[in-house]
Structures are given as structure tokens and as C-alpha cells.
Design a protein around this ligand. Sequence first.
Ligand code: NAD
Ligand code: UD1
Length: 339
Amino acid sequence: MRKVLVTGGTGYIGSHTVIQLLNAGFEVVILDNLSNSSKGVVARIEELSGTGLDFIEGDVRDHELLRGIFAKYAFDSAIHFAGLKAVGESQEKPLKYYDNNVTGSIVLFEEMMRAGVHKLIFSSSATVYGDPGYVCYSETTPLAPINVYGRTKLIVEDTLRDLKKAEPRWQIALLRYFNPVGAHISGRIGENPFGVPNNLMPFISQVAIGSRPKLMVYGNDYATPDGTGLRDYVHVEDLVAGHVAALNTLGDANSFLTLNLGTGKPYSVLEMIGAFERTSGVKIPYEIVERRAGDLPEYYANADLAKEVLGWQARLGIDRMCADTWRWQKTNPAGYVID
Ligand code: NAD
Ligand code: UD1
């Protein structure tokens, strides 16, 4: 049976990925330091998949711990989600972000190398593109991130491109996510941000449940049809299916993949509010405020390459994204704290 190490596996995208991996017959070991997730996720993953897994609480930067893990388990591959992702915080605490995201990745790759594990999927981001001056990003769009978080992702991508050149036996997929939203259809797992959410969808759902009074819409004076920002929201279940497809596609003929994972169709903030109200039946009070520094008016994926290489495309639309988010939020108003 194929065994996968999933770093950051109790986090939002990691937890959904682990369920699909278990359902697809992989054995999974999660390594997570719980800096942005809860241990209760593990029991829910096991409940939903009907399968057990090993959970190790620890830090990806801990060389000795990783050496012990690779000595204990015979992994075929690793999926590396562990990292910090708040853009604003990354500008204020650059050392924390470079250490966690860059050092953490290098420690993992070194220990993989030492253990002879050479198959890797890395969570990259559309943030690596920065502001190219046009709105539809393909994988050949120049890489020029405009914030610290994005630069940590680009440094790890560059590290992996260089590693592949030096060590051709590595099989690596860099997956660039657009805007992951939604939750498992059961409502048992979902996005559980600690503190004030930075992203639109968790903020909307916390307003809907009544834990925040209203949504701040960051600007309605962009040159977009309704003046609010347009983004390519992709359902987390679709996104995760792209990881399973990448794991199954990586091989001698496809040994270095760089792929956008998005739907190719952008929606505005007001359209997302409308879809959430329509699917939940809950009114979302909002106020238009100043633009958020660093936001672009619009961008979305050209995801043709993922379709060509993986046979993957996103299937779930914004109503499913909102309905699934709401089911999770409404049945877990305070996240995983009940476990
Ligand atoms: P998340 O915060 O929910 O999950 C990340 C997990 O990694 C958390 O469980 C956290 O506790 C763990 N972690 C962080 N640092 C660690 C460390 N040093 N050692 C061990 N565990 C550590 O975030 P997510 O949304 O699931 O994102 C997963 C990955 O995808 C991240 O690398 C993120 O940068 C990337 N990504 C996310 C988005 C998004 O919008 N959610 C978009 C593009 C890329
Ligand atoms: C943000 C990050 C990006 C990261 C992505 C996914 C910034 C500048 N960019 O992207 O690097 O890859 O999250 O984690 O932080 N909005 C509101 N009110 C809110 C929140 C958001 O109006 O309370 C608007 C934003 O202005 C934007 C849209 O909703 O137009 C989506 O915002 P968000 O979910 O934060 O994602 P991005 O800005 O695309």
C-alpha cells in the first residue's frame, strides 16, 4: 500500500486531502504542530473515512523528529502543506515566515533525501505571480510576488527547481492554488481560522453565524462590473482531487509538474455574498470600506494545463462552495473546540 507523509495534515486543505487519500487506498501519516489547527480533526477524518491514520504532533523544522519519522515509516511520497499563510502577518513578521515556510521546507527535503523519498507535492499559491498587468494567469506568467508570504512560496519553488536539476530522480509537483473555499459535504470538517479571518469566505460565514456583526467589503470602486474584487474561488474538494491526480500522475514521464489549480471563472465579492445568502437563507450585513492594501482588482487561473496533464478540472460551482461552507459553520459554530 502506498504510504504518504502529509505535513500540515490537520489544517484546512490538508484534512480534506487526507480523507481523499484514505478513500483512494493510501496510508497516511500526518505531521502537524497544531499552530493553526486542532487535534480533534484527526478523529473526524477517521470517522469520515472509516480508516485509521497516524498523527504526529511536531514541527517540520525539527530535523531529529523528521529523521525518526522517516526511519519508522517507508514512505513513497510527501505532500507538504505545513506553513503559515497570512499575508498581512508575513509583512509584519518576515523572519517568522521565512523560518517556518522556507527553513521548514528545506528540513523536510533534506530528510526526504536522506531517507530516499523523492516524490513530493508542494502547496504553492497564485500569489507567486504578483501583479503581471493582466488578469488570467497561466503557468508561464512571470513570477514576481509582492509580499513576504508570496516570496516564501517562490523561494521554495526555486529550491525545488534547483533540486530537480541536481537530483533528476526527484518527482515534484508544484501546485499553485487560487482561492480555496468550501468544506467537506458532511459538514464535519471545514476551515477553522484562529482569530479574525483574513479571507472572504470564512468571514462571511462567521457573520452568518452571528459571531461577527458585518462583513467589510474592501472597495467597490475597482474597474470590475460591480466595482468589487474578482477572484477564482475553487472548492476545496476539487482542489484536493487535483493533489490525488498529481500523486497518481507523477512518474518518469511526468517528473516535474507546475500547475495552476483554479476554475478559470472569477466571481466578485458581491456575487459571493449573493450566493451565500441564496444557499443559506441568511442575510449577510455588509459595509463598503476602503480598499485593502495589496489587493488586486481581478485575477483568475488559466487551468488548461492541469486538465491536459492530470485530466483534472474543477466541477463544483459557487452555490456548492457556499452551501458546504454554511453546513460546516452552522453545525460547528465555534470550530473544533467541542472535541
Ligand atoms: P492551514 O493553516 O489550515 O494548514 C496549515 C497547517 O500547517 C496547520 O495545521 C498548521 O498547524 C501546520 N503548520 C504550520 N507550520 C508548521 C510547522 N512548522 N510544522 C508543522 N506543522 C505546521 O492552511 P491551509 O489553508 O490548509 O493551507 C495549506 C497550505 O496551502 C499552506 O502551505 C498554504 O500556504 C497553502 N495555500 C493555501 C491557500 C489558502 O487560501 N488556503 C492558498 C494558496 C496556498
Ligand atoms: C488573499 C491573499 C493571497 C492568498 C489568498 C488565499 C492578500 C492581499 N492576498 O488573497 O496572497 O493567496 O488570500 O489565502 O491578503 N474581501 C473583502 N472583505 C474581507 C475579506 C476579503 O471584501 O473581509 C475581498 C478582497 O478584497 C478580495 C476578495 O474578497 O477582493 C477575496 O479576498 P481573500 O479571500 O482575502 O483572498 P485574496 O485577496 O484573493
